[in-house]
Design a protein around this ligand. Structure first.
Ligand code: ASP
Ligand code: MG
Length: 408
């Protein structure tokens, strides 16, 4: 008998029938003698609908009031799931974040969890009830409703598992695990039995949308045993997220390929090569609250140097505007850029102990005549920026070059 936290995403609870299905699965685990805490998202599309509704009243919604509105999505789901369980003869009780007391800071729409009171949940579990908790939401010290950022129910699930010292946190979603890459791009993509936290973190931050990044950080920090599974399949082990030390099998060099089309490249050319210049260029961008990624500065020549970096595609026009001002200020020759780019990244802890990974990647792309615009590396990943039109081709040839379609 174990204490299991299960989290069901929006598509898994997207209709009354699907909620009944979730209830059946929960009831099955309960019948096996497990204690269950179930965290749910809003029904699919609901959070978007609520945000759009808010924007019809106020184009820049007041953050406190927006949280009051969007948190209702999850409140509906917990009630429906509790009723579905009761209909199946299983005693269940629903909780909003505030009722549990999931205490967060006051950063509306992107709050961080500070503490979870487990007393009420424990009492209900001891009384044999299934506890159902609204994901994505909490309450600050003043009692204001807060939310944790889009996709935040994953973090709710992991945080509850950590607070309750659950034996396992199961994230049920519309895919049956973590794949070597998106099967819609590469049909030969293979489901991974395990992946390390570090790799999962890289994949999440590089564009794989399976888990909210913060939830993976949280699970790593608090040692939560985390598993991703499909809510549409009866059986299946999903993908277990492991600590590298746990794994006895030798890891493949590359575990997965992530990609995204969400960034744009900016070049600041011919800037005076002197101390403080990176700060003068990137400081105003940061002040404008624009996230910067993949920063590259060339070796200076003739007293000037070039700077390139990427920003979220949606911020591209605003970033260009900020940099036009910067250009005058620092005396740069030119500001240019391109928003028709993509980023493709190979990720694997095996890179640490293998040489030649980068050259395999670059050779593979060269053989297809794909030009690399930017490169950045970390200990366990290599990312390249390419023309957007090469995205599918690049992912496909790299998947093959690293033998990812073969079972590990
Ligand atoms: N319903 C929220 C969202 O759509 C939270 C979640 O689904 O995790 O972002
Ligand atoms: Mg999600």
């Amino acid at each position: 008998m174990a204490l299991i936290v299960q989290k069901y995403g929006g598509t898994s609870v997207g209709s009354p029938d699907r909620i009944k299905n979730v209830a059946r699965r929960v009831a099955k685990f309960k019948a096996q003698g497990h204690d269950l805490v179930v965290v749910v998202s809003a029904m699919s599309g609901e959070t978007n609908r609520l945000i759009a509704l808010a924007k019809e009243i106020q184009s820049q919604p007041d953050p406190r009031e927006l949280d009051v509105i969007v948190s209702t999505g999850e409140q509906v789901t917990i009630g429906l799931l509790a009723m579905a369980l009761k209909e199946q003869g299983v005693d269940a009780v629903s909780y909003t974040g505030g009722q549990v007391k999931i205490l967060t800071d006051s950063a509306h729409t992107k709050a961080r969890i500070q503490h979870i009171d487990d007393a009420n949940m424990r009492a209900d579990l001891n009384a044999g009830k299934v506890v159902i908790v609204a994901g994505f939401q909490g309450v600050d010290a003043q009692g204001n409703i807060t939310t944790l950022g889009r996709g935040g129910s994953d973090t709710s699930g992991v945080a509850l598992a950590a607070a309750l010292k659950a034996d396992e946190c199961q994230i049920y979603t519309d895919v049956d695990g973590v794949y070597t890459t998106d099967p819609r791009v590469v049909p030969e993509a293979r489901k991974l039995k395990t992946i390390t936290f570090e790799e999962m973190l890289e994949l999440a931050s590089l564009g794989s949308k399976i888990l909210q990044i913060r939830s993976v950080e949280f699970a790593g920090k608090y040692n939560v045993k985390l598993r991703v599974l499909s809510s549409f399949q009866e059986e299946g082990e999903g993908t277990l997220i492991t600590f590298e030390e746990d794994s006895t099998v030798e890891k493949p060099v590359i575990s997965g390929i992530a990609f995204n089309r969400d960034e744009a490249r900016i070049n600041v050319i011919g800037v005076p090569d002197k101390p403080g210049i990176a700060y003068q260029i990137l400081g105003p961008v940061a002040d404008a609250n624009i996230d910067v990624d993949m920063i590259i500065q060339n070796v200076g020549q003739d007293g000037t140097t070039d700077f390139s970096f990427t920003v979220p595609k949606g911020e591209y026009p605003r970033a260009l505007k900020v940099l036009e001002e910067v250009k005058k200020h620092v005396g740069a020759r030119e500001v240019s850029g391109d928003d028709k780019i993509c980023k493709v990244s190979i990720v694997g802890v095996g890179m640490r102990s293998h040489v030649g990974v980068a050259s395999t990647m670059f050779r593979t792309l060269a053989e297809e005549g794909i030009n690399i615009q930017m490169i950045s590396t970390s200990e366990i990943k290599i990312s390249v920026v390419l023309d957007e039109k090469y995205l599918e081709l690049a992912v496909r040839v790299l998947h093959k070059a690293f033998g990812l379609e073969q079972a590990a």
